[in-house]
Design a protein around this ligand. Sequence first.
Ligand code: ACO
Length: 377
Amino acid sequence: MPSTTHVLKGLEGVYVLESSISMIDTEQGALYYAGYDVRDLVERSNFEETIFILLNQRLPTRKEYLEFTSLLRESLELQPLHIETIKHYVSRTDILSLLSLLMVLEGGGKKGGDPAEKRSGIDAVAKMASFYSAILRIRSGGEYVPPRGDLNFAENMLYMIDGEVRNADFARVLDDLLIIHAEHGIPASTFASLVAASTLSDLYSSIAAGILALKGPLHGGAAEASYAQAMEIGNPERVRAWLESALSEKRKIMGFGHRVYKMYDPRATIVKKIITGIENYMDSDVKRLYEITVALDAYGQEYLAPRGIYPNLDLWTPILYRTIGLPPDSFTALFAVSRSAGWASHILEYWMDNKLIRPLHLYKGQYPKKYIPLELR
Ligand code: ACO
């Protein structure tokens, strides 16, 4: 082994590619999608346009925007086989597993490797959204509700879940959540989807790889874990004692820490601002969750900020998810719906100059070893 060879655990600090899709400004605490500040997109744009920006790295013209939104709406439509598959598996597995299965089935027989496959990218994001909505709808005993031509993406998602048009403020919150989660460089899930795509697997299966890597509590599963943590804490008065005991047991505090941000996650700041606009919709349970989160945010920083560990967006998003009535076991799946826009964009960008991702390992075992036949052992 050459003496200079060393392993970079967790690929920490390693640049694996060049990309024009997003930029994380860790000095100023800002996030840009193809150069556009996410704060502006949340305030002035919507998820449909965000998908276009990520896929094309520019703003659409008005004509392109109309064509794009109509393609998205078309792709939200599900077929009888999708519904049958959802009905068959919905009570047998978790939402993310079912989402990934549906995406793998969608990719069946398709080829990967074509960077011009934007239509598939649009279709994949829309399918993720309608799969998610139909899963929630069917799981709660309802029948599939097809999307409506007069509703936007977030409105359609809620309509397909509830079977009726709900509060416009809730659709706006969902739209904001979809924008905020859409892209974030090369976290584990995006890397997993690129590893699959680099083998020229199809786009849908590569997205399924991203879904599966998003599942764990260290990444996309953190919002569900942070919600469970708040439920475990129970009330705001217990936060400090709970925190001290958790830290003394070397437990990780969910909703804190980030591989890239060594500062307050700017996405959490956006989420907090959205929360202030919907406080009047919070029921008593969400209010308690809010108070626990406020206390956890403050005390957690007292203990962890000196080590460069700050709140991330998953500390705060459960408040929004619960306010608009989404079940706790669907938080990560909703994250996956949104992030599929980032995964699809990265996959198509990577295919413009594809190279198989194939790192190395350092063998630490002995060799050669003498094989002993089974009868002699
Ligand atoms: N609570 C307590 N201690 C922490 C936390 C935390 N949330 N995060 C990091 N640390 C400590 C670790 O225990 C470790 O301490 P040590 O050096 O004494 O062993 C040190 O900080 C470094 O931690 P690592 O996990 O090695 O650092 P890494 O860069 O891999 O961590 C991660 C990033 C995985 C996100 C981590 O902060 C974590 O587990 N956070 C909790 C889960 C979470 O909220 N994930 C969401 C991230 S945002 C997203 O994916 C959308």
